[in-house]
Each structure stands twice: as structure tokens, then as C-alpha cells.
Design a protein around this ligand. Structure first.
Ligand SMILES: CC(C)(COP(=O)(O)OP(=O)(O)OC[C@H]1O[C@@H](n2cnc3c(N)ncnc32)[C@H](O)[C@@H]1OP(=O)(O)O)[C@@H](O)C(=O)NCCC(=O)NCCS
Length: 243
């Protein structure tokens, strides 16, 4: 993980050495730099087919590392060979473990992936921060009226971080629900400040009080959030180390 400066709260960890205790949420940071051979070996035939379809070798390599690491981490929790981990999908493509095992979700941006694992439905979203010319237009289109007004009230210096915080919190929630982009993003409000909060849900789908929003930003170049359909969980973060 030398290539990406991660926050010290991401402790080194290897797959299989960490147990998920009730009341915990784990978030693993996986560097997508380096050689992918050891990870590619763990992939199932369908994942190999997906990897082979990437046009650029670098995208293929990142996919192999991300999905190989996902198998290694989940295999570690289940106590099974990573290659034997079996996945199924929700109606809109959200991956789940077949049979027993924790909930999980994956996000990647740039050369980093995050994998969140918990005993309840979870979503994670990671974004590499970059200058966005169309930041205001994106916010106007996707944020709720409350969120857009909160963003609009900020000065230029504060606006970019607030935008990414709002964006990743909203994405994490829809990824937890597994509904993908079918769900209008303006039906619920999240906070834009340092403290992540699920403030309101106007479509009656969920009760915000039953949810936790967590800031899981792994380092200065990235903003990330996790959304969990449970309260009172302790967050533990790891950087995947490979022997
Ligand atoms: C899931 C989704 C929100 C992710 O967006 P993103 O920010 O571009 O990507 P991220 O890196 O954060 O997440 C991607 C990962 O989320 C997971 N994922 C895929 N579908 C998902 C879903 N519906 N809900 C939650 N997670 C999902 C996968 O692990 C995926 O990794 P992979 O592409 O390497 O397999 C977006 O791809 C989406 O909306 N998908 C569903 C589209 C849809 O509704 N299709 C309708 C089919 S009927």
C-alpha cells in the first residue's frame, strides 16, 4: 500500500486474521497498484471473462486485484478457500454471498478499492477527489433541495469537500439498498458537514433512525462513506497486506 497515503486508522491486516464481531463494521482498503497475478488466480470463470473484456490492461489488472482481494477477504471471514467463495446477485446487480456469511459492498476509484463488511445490509462509496467544472450542475441535478441549498451557501473553499461528502453518503445509501440508479436521489437528505447524518427520507422507504452513516475516507485524496442498516456499530479499518 506504499503508493497511496492512507489514514493511520487503516491498520495493516491480512485476510483470515480478522474476525467480524457483532457490533463491528469492517472497511478494508485495497491498493490497486502492483501485480495482479496472485489475485487473478482466485477468480471464478465468469469473473475471468469480465476481466478479459476490459480494453485496457490497466483496467483489467485493477479488476483482478479488486475482485481477487474481495474473494480473499470474504474467504478469510468464512474460513474457506477464496476461490470457493460463491456469490449471488440482488435484482439490480448488488452482489451478496450465497448462503451464510456477512453482508459486504465494494467500491473503487482511481487506484484504490474499499470493501465494507458487516452483519447488516451495507453500502460503501469511494471517490477520488478531483476538480469538477460541473460540480454545481451535478449537485442541482442529483442533490435534494435541502442539500443543494446547503452546498450553495458555502464559499468556494469549502464547496468541493462538502460536495464529495454529500455524494458519497448518498451513493453509499443507495448501494446499501441495492437499487442502483433506479432510485431518485432527491427523495432523501444527508448532511454535508464533517459529521455524517441521514437526515430525512421522504419516500417512506426507510426510517433514518435505523441507519448509520459513517465517514470512511481513507486518505487525503479520497472521500468515502458507508451506510449501514443498523445502529451502534464500531468501525474498524484495515489496509490489506499480502504475504
Ligand atoms: C452500483 C452503482 C450505484 C455503482 O456505482 P459506481 O459509483 O460507479 O461504482 P462503485 O465502484 O462505487 O461500485 C461498484 C461495485 O458495486 C457493486 N454493485 C454492483 N451493483 C450494485 C448495486 N445495485 N448495489 C450496490 N452495489 C452494487 C459491485 O461490487 C461493483 O463492483 P464491480 O463493478 O467491480 O463488480 C451503479 O453501478 C449502478 O447503479 N448499478 C446498477 C444499475 C442498475 O440499476 N441497473 C438496472 C438493471 S435492471
Amino acid at each position: 500500500m506504499d503508493e497511496i497515503a492512507l489514514h493511520p486508522s487503516f491498520a495493516p491486516g491480512s485476510a483470515g486474521e480478522v474476525e467480524l464481531h457483532p457490533e463491528e463494521v469492517h472497511v478494508w482498503a485495497v491498493s490497486l497498484y502492483g501485480d495482479s497475478d496472485a489475485f487473478a488466480m482466485l477468480l471464478a470463470p465468469k469473473e475471468r471473462e469480465r476481466a478479459a473484456r476490459f480494453r485496457f490492461a490497466d483496467h483489467q489488472r485493477r479488476f483482478q486485484i479488486g475482485h481477487g482481494a474481495l474473494r480473499a477477504i470474504l474467504g478469510g471471514y468464512l474460513g474457506v478457500d477464496p476461490a470457493a467463495v460463491d456469490f449471488t446477485q440482488g435484482p439490480r446487480g448488488k452482489p451478496y454471498l450465497s448462503g451464510r456469511g456477512p453482508f459486504f459492498n465494494l467500491s473503487h476509484s482511481g487506484k484504490l478499492a474499499l470493501i465494507a463488511v458487516a452483519d447488516h445490509e451495507i453500502g460503501v462509496d469511494l471517490e477520488k477527489v478531483r476538480h469538477l467544472e460541473s460540480l454545481t450542475a451535478i449537485a442541482r441535478r442529483h442533490f435534494s433541495a435541502f442539500e443543494f441549498a446547503a452546498l450553495d451557501a458555502l464559499d468556494d473553499a469549502a464547496r468541493q469537500l462538502a460536495f464529495y461528502r454529500c455524494w458519497t453518503r448518498k451513493e453509499a445509501y443507495i448501494k446499501a439498498l441495492g437499487v442502483g440508479l433506479s432510485m431518485p436521489l432527491d427523495t432523501f437528505d444527508v448532511s454535508l458537514g464533517e459529521q455524517p447524518e441521514f437526515l430525512a427520507c421522504r419516500d417512506g422507504r426507510e426510517e433514518p433512525a435505523n441507519w448509520s452513516l459513517l465517514d470512511v475516507s481513507p486518505g487525503p485524496e479520497f472521500v468515502a462513506a458507508a451506510a449501514l442498516r443498523a445502529r451502534g456499530r464500531r468501525l474498524r479499518c484495515f489496509r490489506l497486506t499480502v504475504a
